[in-house]
Ligand binder design. Structure first.
Ligand code: ATP
Length: 239
């Protein structure tokens, strides 16, 4: 098997006695955006948490740039540039925007490049520059998602995983975040794994997608293939 840039190979993951992922596999090329879609409880968050080293696997492999990641600590995943923007943002509400961003720069390299990364982020999201000394908990939902995304970028990701970034946000805010997501994939070669319940939005930005049902990849293809797939249309696009 030729290994892809980031490749998840038949992983099985359990919470106690309950198995949630079943021989789940997908891959992402460098600079590619893939979406993992599916209904509530399909196992989407479990996939990205596993790929961030937060949950152990029972069997299978996670390869990144030719190296096996499974078994490494979440700290090592971060240091290698495999970074998760978690569902629900999980900011520190009493800390300022700037302090939340600083937390994302945890590796040695990210710390050294902190200033220039912050400058780039403030260009992408000028509102965060205006709000840099404001407590994160007082920001709007959209602004908080921008901070969560930017905190991930502070870690200088090679692979950025975003868990439900659009949840509860106005469409124009989501469009803005997705625009920047496309830009970093294209211009900086960062690979993106986007987990979304909103299948239509996800397929608008992704190159390829995987439909997950009960922890099993049921359908995969390019975004346009999935958009015209009768099953996907009926189950997820509402027509
Ligand atoms: P959602 O879109 O609702 O977040 P999801 O596709 O991300 O759903 P997961 O959060 O990965 O799904 O959950 C998959 C299954 O694993 C669900 O049945 C859930 O109840 C179960 N599960 C998730 N976390 C735990 C946990 N810590 N302990 C036990 N079971 C869990």
């Amino acid at each position: 098997m030729t290994q892809k840039y980031f490749q998840v190979d038949r992983i099985n993951v359990c919470y106690g006695d309950i198995q949630v992922l079943w021989d789940t596999e997908f891959y992402v090329d460098k600079g590619e955006i893939i979406a993992i879609v599916g209904s509530n409880g399909a196992g989407k968050s479990t996939i990205v948490k596993t790929c961030a080293g937060l949950i152990g696997i029972k069997s299978g492999s996670i390869y990144y740039n030719g190296a096996e990641l499974a078994g490494k600590t979440s700290r090592q995943f971060i240091d290698l540039g495999v970074i998760l923007v978690p569902e629900g943002r999980q900011l520190f509400p009493n800390m300022t925007v700037y302090e939340n961003l600083e937390i994302g720069a945890s590796s040695k390299e990210a710390k050294a490049k902190k200033k220039e990364t912050v400058e780039k982020i403030f260009e992408w999201f000028p509102i965060l520059k205006e709000r840099k000394n404001q407590q994160a908990g007082t920001l709007s939902g959209g602004e908080q998602q921008m901070v969560a995304f930017s905190r991930g970028m502070m870690g200088l990701p090679k692979l950025l995983m975003m868990d439900e970034p659009s949840l509860g946000l106005a469409p124009n805010i989501v469009d803005n975040i997705f625009l920047i997501t496309k830009k970093i994939a294209k211009e900086e070669g960062i690979s993106i794994v986007l987990v979304e319940q909103d299948v239509r939005k996800a397929l608008r930005i992704a190159n390829r997608a995987y439909v997950l049902e009960n922890g099993v990849v049921r359908i995969t293809g390019t975004a346009s293939e999935l958009l015209s797939n009768a099953e996907v249309k009926k189950a997820y696009l509402g027509f």
